[in-house]
Design a binder for this molecule. Structure first.
Ligand SMILES: NC(=O)c1ccc[n+]([C@@H]2O[C@H](COP(=O)([O-])OP(=O)(O)OC[C@H]3O[C@@H](n4cnc5c(N)ncnc54)[C@H](O)[C@@H]3O)[C@@H](O)[C@H]2O)c1
Length: 264
C-alpha cells in the first residue's frame, strides 16, 4: 500500500488534495487541527482521520507513525495547513504574528522533517508544500503571511539541496505557489482592503491546486506557480523590487474591483 498524509485537510485545498490522493489509490490520513472537519472529510472521501496541530512536532511525528502503521510506508506528505490574518504587521498583535509563522513555517518544517525520516532509506517519497505567490514576492496587506511563506520556500529548497548533498535522490520536495484560491480562507475577506492582492488575479478553485499537486507527483519540480504567468509576474517584481513596489497600488486597485464584483 502507498501511504499519504495531508495536513489542514478538513476543508479547502487540503480536502481536494486528499480526495485526489484517495482517487490515485493512496491510503490517506486526513489531518487537521479541527477535529470535526477532519472526521467529516475523511468519512466523505474514504480516508482515515486524525487531529493534528502542525505546530506540535511530537504530534506530527505521531501522525507520521500512524500512516506508516496503516499503509506500511509513507510515500507522500502534503504540508497544506495554513492561516492568513491580513493587515500591516504593526497592526497585528504578537500572538497573531506568531500564529502565522508557527503554522505556515514551523508546521511545514515539522512535517517535512518527520516525513524525510520515514522516507529516507525506506524507498523514498515526495513532500509537497502548499506555499503561495506570497512566498515569492511582496504582498501589501499580508506582510507576516508573506514572511511565513518566503521562509517555507527557503526551507524547502535548502532542505532539497541538503538531501542531494547527502546523496539522497529518492526523496523529493516540491513547493506549489498558488495565486488567490476561493476557499474559506478568503470567504470573509471580500470587504477587506488588506486582502486585495489575493483577489487581484482570477481566483483559483481548490481543484486547480489538487491538479497541480497531481502534476508534481508525476513530475517533481522544486517550485511551481499557479497560474504560471502570475508566477512570472511575481518573480519579476522580486528581481526588480522598485518596479514591483510601484506596481502594487495598481494591483491593489484591481483586487478591490474584483472583491466588489465577487461580493455582488
Ligand atoms: N486561499 C488562498 O487564497 C491561498 C492562496 C495561496 C496559498 N494558500 C495556502 O493554501 C493552503 C490551504 O489553505 P486554504 O485556502 O485551503 O485555507 P482554509 O482556511 O480553507 O484551510 C486551512 C486548513 O488548515 C487548518 N489549520 C489551521 N491551523 C492549523 C494547525 N495549527 N494545524 C493543522 N491544521 C491547521 C484549518 O483548520 C483548515 O482546515 C494554506 O497553506 C494557504 O496558506 C491559500
Amino acid at each position: 500500500m502507498r501511504g499519504a498524509v495531508v495536513t489542514g485537510a478538513g476543508r479547502g485545498v487540503g480536502k481536494l488534495v486528499a480526495k485526489m490522493l484517495v482517487q490515485r489509490g493512496y491510503t490517506v490520513l486526513v489531518t487537521d487541527v479541527d477535529e470535526a472537519t477532519a472526521t467529516a472529510t475523511a468519512a466523505e472521501i474514504g480516508a482515515a482521520a486524525r487531529v493534528l496541530d502542525v505546530r506540535d512536532h511530537e504530534a506530527v511525528e505521531a501522525a507520521r507513525d500512524d500512516i506508516v502503521a496503516r499503509a506500511g510506508r509513507l510515500d507522500v506528505w502534503v504540508n497544506n495547513a495554513g492561516v492568513l490574518v491580513t493587515g500591516p504587521a504593526w497592526e497585528q498583535d504578537a500572538a497573531t504574528r506568531r500564529l502565522m509563522i508557527e503554522v505556515n513555517t514551523l508546521g511545514t518544517i515539522n512535517g517535512t522533517v518527520a516525513a524525510i525520516e520515514a522516507m529516507r532509506g525506506h524507498g523514498g517519497g515526495h513532500v509537497v508544500n502548499i506555499v503561495s505567490l506570497a512566498g515569492i514576492t511582496a504582498v501589501a496587506g499580508e506582510a507576516v503571511y508573506a514572511a511565513s511563506k518566503h521562509a517555507a520556500i527557503g526551507f524547502s529548497l535548502s532542505t532539497l539541496a541538503d538531501l542531494r548533498m547527502a546523496g539522497v535522490r529518492d526523496v523529493d520536495i516540491s513547493c506549489i505557489c498558488p495565486d488567490g484560491i476561493w476557499t474559506p480562507m478568503l470567504y470573509d475577506k471580500l470587504d477587506d482592503p488588506s486582502a486585495a492582492l489575493s483577489f487581484s488575479g482570477t481566483l483559483l478553485q481548490p481543484a486547480d491546486i489538487a491538479a497541480a499537486v497531481a502534476r508534481v507527483l508525476d513530475r517533481p519540480r522544486p517550485v511551481v506557480t499557479v497560474p504560471k504567468w502570475r508566477g512570472a509576474l511575481a518573480r519579476f517584481g522580486d528581481v526588480f523590487p522598485r518596479f514591483g513596489l510601484r506596481a502594487i497600488p495598481l494591483m491593489v486597485a484591481q483586487g478591490r474591483r474584483n472583491q466588489r464584483r465577487s461580493a455582488r
